[in-house]
Design a binder for this molecule. Structure first.
Ligand code: FAD
Length: 469
C-alpha cells in the first residue's frame, strides 16, 4: 500500500509525524511538494522565503535520495494534484503536518474533507509547535491575550512529543509520477539579490541541526544578556529553520535539556513567544491586516510617505542603528531581534507610518518571514497588539544604540561609511555635522524623522486617540 506524504513547512525527516505515520502503517511514502503560492491568500511567500525554500527543498530531496527515495515536485492547485496523484499512485492515505496561517487552515480543511469523501485516509499532525494553538485556553475557555498566563499554563501542562530519528532508508515507488524539476519553480530571485545570504546560512535539516549544535555549545550560556546584543552572536539564529520546519521545536528543547544551563528557561520562553504568536493568529485570524486592539482603528497615522518609506527600506534614514538593521536585512535576509524592535519603532512612532508598511517589507525580505511571528512583532512594537508595548513607550534609537551596540561595531559593520567616526558619534552622527560631512559625505546629514519632533507628534496622536475614546 502507498501513502502520499505532503511536505509543506516541515522540510525534514527526523521528528516528522506525517512520514512516521506512513511508515508505521507499513505504507510506501510517496514524498511530494506542491507549489501553490496563490492558495496562501494575501500572504503568498515573499522573495527571501522563496529563495530559502529553493535550497531547503533541494536539501530535502538530497536527504531522501540518500535513503532511496526522492521528493516529487508539482504545481497546484493542491487539491487537484493530491486527488490525481492518489489515483495515479494507488495511494490509500494522504498525510501532512499542520500549518496555521488562516488561508492555509481553510484550504487544508476543505482538502481533508474532499479526500475523505473519496474514501482516502486524510490525516494531519502537529509538526511545528510544542502545543497546538487550541490546546491552551483560559478558565473561561477563551483564548489568551496576554503572554505570561499563556506561558504559565503551558509550563503547568508541559508535555513534549518524543523525538524520532530520521529513518535510515526509505522504500519508494518505481518510476512515475515524476513531477517537475525544482528549477522550474523559479524560486530564486532573478537578479541574484540573495547571493550574500548564503555566507550566513545553510538551509535544510542538516544546517538546522548544525545551527542548534553551535548555539548549544556557544551562545546559549550567555543567552540572557547576549540575546540583546546585535554586535555579538548571542542568539540561536534558528528562526528560518523553525519556520520551514527543518527542525522541530521539541528537538531544540530536548537538546537544551541535555546541557541544563541556567539560560535554558530564558531560551525556551522565547520559543514560547512563537507558540503564543501562533495561538493568537489561529484565534484572531484578521490580525495580519487589522489591529488586534480595535481602538487603534481610529489612530491618526501620518499620510503614507513613499519617500521616507523608501529611505527606511534601503537603510538611508540617517539614524545609524536603524540603517544598520535594514542593511543587515537586505544583505543577509535576517535582522537581530533588538534591532527589529528599533527599526519598527522608528517607522511606527517617529515616522508615524502604518505598521503594515513595515510588516510587508519584512515579509518580502526576511528568510524567517512568518505570519504569526511577524504579525505579533509588528503589532507589539506599534502598540496595537495583544500584550503589546504601550504606544506611548517610544524607543529612543540613540539610547538603544549606545546601550546594545556600545562600541558601535554593529553600526560600523553594516553602515561602513560611518566606521571612520569616533564611537561616540556613530550613534548620532548629525551632532557633529562637520565630521559627518568629512567622513561620510553621502550619508544623510540628519534623521529623516527628527527624534524629538517625531516623538512629540506620535505622543500627540496617541493622546488624541485616548481623549477621543
Ligand atoms: P532566538 O533569540 O535564538 O530565539 C529562538 C527562537 O524563538 C526564534 O528562532 C524564534 O522562532 C522564537 N522567537 C524568538 N523571539 C520571538 C518573538 N519575539 N516572537 C516570536 N518568536 C520568537 N520572528 C520570526 O521567526 N519571523 C518573523 O517574521 C518575525 N518578525 C518580527 C518582526 C518584528 C517587528 C519583531 C520585533 C520581531 C519579529 N520576529 C520574527 C521575532 C524575532 O525577532 C525573531 O524570531 C528572532 O530575531 C530570530 O532570531 P533567533 O532565531 O536567533 O532568535
Amino acid at each position: 500500500a502507498n501513502a502520499l506524504v505532503w511536505f509543506r513547512n516541515d522540510l525534514r525527516l527526523s521528528d516528522q509525524p506525517a512520514l512516521a505515520a506512513a511508515l508505521a502503517a507499513g505504507q510506501v511514502p510517496v514524498c511530494i511538494y506542491i507549489h501553490e503560492p496563490e492558495e496562501e491568500g494575501d500572504w503568498a511567500p515573499g522573495a527571501a522565503s522563496d529563495a530559502w525554500r529553493h535550497h531547503s527543498l533541494a536539501a530535502l530531496d538530497a536527504d531522501l535520495r540518500e535513503r532511496g527515495s526522492r521528493l516529487r515536485i508539482f504545481r497546484g492547485p493542491s487539491r487537484a494534484v493530491l486527488e490525481a496523484l492518489a489515483a495515479a499512485c494507488d495511494a490509500e492515505a494522504v498525510y501532512w503536518t499542520r500549518r496555521y496561517e488562516p488561508a492555509v487552515e481553510r484550504r487544508d480543511a476543505t482538502i481533508k474533507r474532499a479526500l475523505r469523501e473519496q474514501g482516502l485516509r486524510a490525516e494531519s499532525f502537529n509538526g511545528a509547535l510544542m502545543f497546538e494553538p487550541w490546546q491552551r485556553a483560559t478558565k473561561q475557555g477563551d483564548p489568551y491575550r496576554v503572554f505570561t498566563p499563556f506561558w504559565r499554563s503551558a509550563l503547568a501542562n508541559w508535555h513534549m512529543p518524543a523525538t524520532i530519528d530520521a529513518p535510515r532508508s526509505l522504500p519508494d515507488l518505481d518510476g512515475d509520477p515524476d513531477g517537475i524539476a525544482l528549477e522550474q519553480l523559479k524560486l530564486r530571485p532573478a537578479r541574484g539579490w540573495d547571493a550574500t545570504f548564503w555566507d550566513h546560512w545553510i538551509p535544510g535539516e542538516a544546517g538546522a541541526h548544525e545551527a542548534l549544535d553551535v548555539f548549544v555549545d556557544g551562545a546559549l550560556r550567555g543567552y540572557r544578556e547576549g540575546r540583546d546584543r546585535p554586535d555579538q552572536v548571542g542568539t540561536s539564529r534558528l528562526s528560518p529553520h523553525l519556520h520551514f520546519g527543518e527542525i522541530a521545536p521539541w528537538r531544540v528543547v530536548s537538546a537544551l535539556e541535555e546541557v541544563r544551563t541556567a539560560a535554558n528557561g530564558a531560551y525556551v520562553r522565547e520559543l514560547g513567544w512563537r507558540e503564543f504568536a501562533h495561538h493568537l493568529l489561529h484565534h484572531f485570524p484578521h490580525t495580519p491586516e487589522g489591529n488586534f486592539n480595535p481602538r487603534f482603528d481610529d489612530f491618526a497615522w501620518a499620510k503614507r510617505d513613499g519617500r521616507t518609506l523608501e529611505a527606511w527600506r534601503t537603510g538611508r534614514t540617517g539614524v545609524p542603528i536603524v540603517d544598520a538593521g535594514l542593511r543587515e536585512l537586505w544583505h543577509t535576509g535576517w535582522m537581530h531581534n533588538r534591532v527589529r524592535m528599533i527599526v519598527a519603532s522608528y517607522l511606527c512612532k517617529h515616522m508615524r507610518q502604518h505598521w503594515r508598511e513595515g510588516a510587508r517589507w519584512f515579509w518580502d525580505t526576511l528568510v524567517d518571514a512568518d505570519l504569526a511571528n511577524n504579525t505579533l512583532g509588528w503589532q507589539w512594537v506599534a502598540g496595537t497588539g495583544a500584550d503589546a508595548s504601550p504606544y506611548f513607550r517610544v524607543f529612543n534609537p540613540v539610547t538603544q544604540s549606545s546601550k546594545f551596540d556600545p562600541d558601535g561595531r554593529y553600526v560600523a559593520r553594516w553602515v561602513p561609511e560611518l566606521a571612520g567616526l569616533p564611537v561616540s558619534l556613530r550613534h548620532a552622527p548629525w551632532t557633529d555635522p562637520g565630521k559627518l560631512r568629512r567622513h561620510a559625505p553621502d550619508y544623510p546629514p540628519h534623521p529623516i524623522a527628527d527624534l524629538a519632533a517625531g516623538r512629540e507628534a506620535a505622543l500627540a496622536a496617541y493622546r488624541a486617540l485616548k481623549d477621543g475614546a
